[in-house]
Design a protein around this ligand. Sequence first.
Ligand code: NAD
Length: 475
Amino acid sequence: MYTELSLFIDGKWLNGAGRKGEDVINPATGKALGSLPHASKADLDAALEAAQKGFLVWKAMSAYDRAKIMRKAADLLRERAERVATVQTLEQGKVFAESRIEVLTSADIIDWYAEEGRRAYGRIVPGRQKGVRQIVLQEPVGVVAAFTPWNFPTLTPVRKIAGALAAGCSIIIKASEETPGGCFELVKCFADAGVPAGVLNLVFGVPAEVSEHLIPSPLVKKISFTGSIPVGKHLAGLAAKGMKKATMELGGHSPVVVFADADPEKAADTIAAFKYRNAGQVCISPTRFYVQEASYSKFVARFTEYAKNIKLGDGLEKGTTMGPLANPRRLDAMESFVNDAKGRGGKIAAGGSRHGNQGFFFQPTVITDVPDDAKVMTEEPFGPLAPIVPFKTFDEVVERANALPFGLAAYAFTSSGATATAIGDAIQSGMVGVNSVAISTPETPFGGIKESGYGSEGGIEGLQAYMNTKFISQA
Ligand code: NAD
């Protein structure tokens, strides 16, 4: 059911022969699914050379022709959605229905970028003197090195691959070694759609060794990373040494503000479903819940009921509504967050511990009465934990919501138009969902501020991230 993994360099699939590697583990069972080859230094050099060669070929093609190949890749991904989603669930743990949506959304992202690449317009600025043309052009930056994490094996790579390819760049992607199959299947769709050799290259290895080899290469002109803040800062530093463009999509700690004029039960249903998606291992997952006093007990009761009704299990089994955590590190982290919260007077309204003795399952958890300086309120939990606390006034909750050094996503619920506008303006965050959790679409910018990173993926900003602006003054 899983897949035969390999590297993809210069249009060739390279298997494990003679290479180091590692096993890929099914988080629902703890057992090995398959083995993943690591790229050697010579493989990485071959990928760099191929990407440079591929860039020149791809850049010379019209955006119209590039779009045709990209749309074919999107169609192949749709055709293969059931299979790719199965691979993803096996390696990452999320429920099959979520995997399927992720794969289909990935196909939409390719289509959107394919079209947007045809609209990478420049402009003519009127000259000061007669006969002078002032031309602004958008040009692809060149070879891109991209690094993606384990929580969205297809979606995170596709944002980088489709953005780069639509702009006319080539790319070397190092996807997660823990969940490599989704990106492997995605790259196969592009290869089968006819992307020329060298334009798209897939490598795996020891993350630090790969990034430290690729980023300083003079051939690489742009870095894109999704993952944790400490790693993001390290890679941004490496990029800065070569004065290279970088997009950093890092962690957050998303506040949810529920005002007393919102329907607390409707808000609880909407946000609880969003909270436990992918067992909370989502960078825009709602992670700190502030509920205005008058609605607090109703919201907590409904949210807790939702959490208790979740069916934990293997993501491929029918009826499962939440899968395991992706790796044992998350289990240890959840235990540490819960113990810290309990030690500071927090009450466990649902869950609070591991589930079963096979795989990496942790119960959907609701924590109340926890102080603002508890670990779960200050560090990104990246798991199925929902701390819920009361607040009194607008100004107070804005101050608490903005108190952390992160700013990726935020959510608010209110029935007042004035409050909706005011909270949207007041929250320091790259994305804000007001009475909505739909903050991630192919057409709209996705990215954070403060320590959550810089740059956007998605929307016209996502395409721009792979382009240089050139000005030509022609007399
Ligand atoms: P981690 O910090 O070790 O790794 C995060 C990701 O970066 C992994 O995919 C890893 O392979 C990669 N990585 C690590 N060192 C690297 C290097 N030197 N060069 C290139 N890539 C490197 O942590 P983890 O245990 O995998 O996850 C822990 C935390 O990371 C989570 O709590 C969460 O805050 C964050 N995270 C964020 C996202 C996101 O979507 N923004 C995704 C996954 C993890």
